[in-house]
Write a protein that binds this ligand. Sequence first.
Ligand code: GLP
Length: 254
Amino acid sequence: MKTYINEEVLILNININIEQDYEALSRKAAQIFAKKIKENPTGAFGFATGSSPIGLYKELVRMHKEEGLDFSGITAFNLDEYHPISRTSEHSYYYFMQEHLFRHVNINQGKVNIPDGMAKDTETECCSYEAKIAEAGGIVAQILGIGLNGHIGFNEPGESFEANTRYIPLAEMTLNANAQHFSNPDEMPRHALTMGIRTIMMAKSIILLANGPAKASIMKDAITGAITPLVPASALQLHPSVNVVMDKEAAAFF
Ligand code: GLP
């Protein structure tokens, strides 16, 4: 049942942008994100991996090269990383971020933070990740994609909204969805280090991206359905500042 409270939250806090196609979605998301960087040139910013933000990163690189968008003062925190995986693996999220964004802009590599996929003591790694975010003053704007099962980061259905950065097993659906990126799917790590929902919710603003028809159903559930840990992204309905940027296909049920 759609509740009155949900309607209120939706109207007050979630700004929904429906764009013609993936290129337009990427440009819109880049405009929102670049504005935050300009307003907070020494702030901390949260990045995501997956196919959804690739166009946004391409546009941010263009803005850096052609318009001088300056990354030199910011600190970066990525949402998640597989475990175990080395930074040099082309499947690592560290590698992904370097390929799609970081090595193309003037970010200070010493301020790039991605959970350590080779950490032996995962609990210490997760605690120190939380501490680093706090030391950096909290995340100004967090980019998010969404999994087919509603996961954000690697927070799978059923995880507590109160969770901090932690080590978790991946859901079968996520293993299946992400296996396509591995030449040998058996090499895909079955665990990950991920910011928790609480960590994500602490970001001052959120930009959630979704494109393609496969995301239509889960976007409807996440943004207008019940707020429940069974749909991790539904927690965003409780966040004070969310920009959802979708293409027409992902927004088919809006
Ligand atoms: C992965 C990432 C998520 C991402 C999701 C969706 O599982 N851990 O952060 O949002 O995939 O990926 P895509 O954008 O490729 O659909």
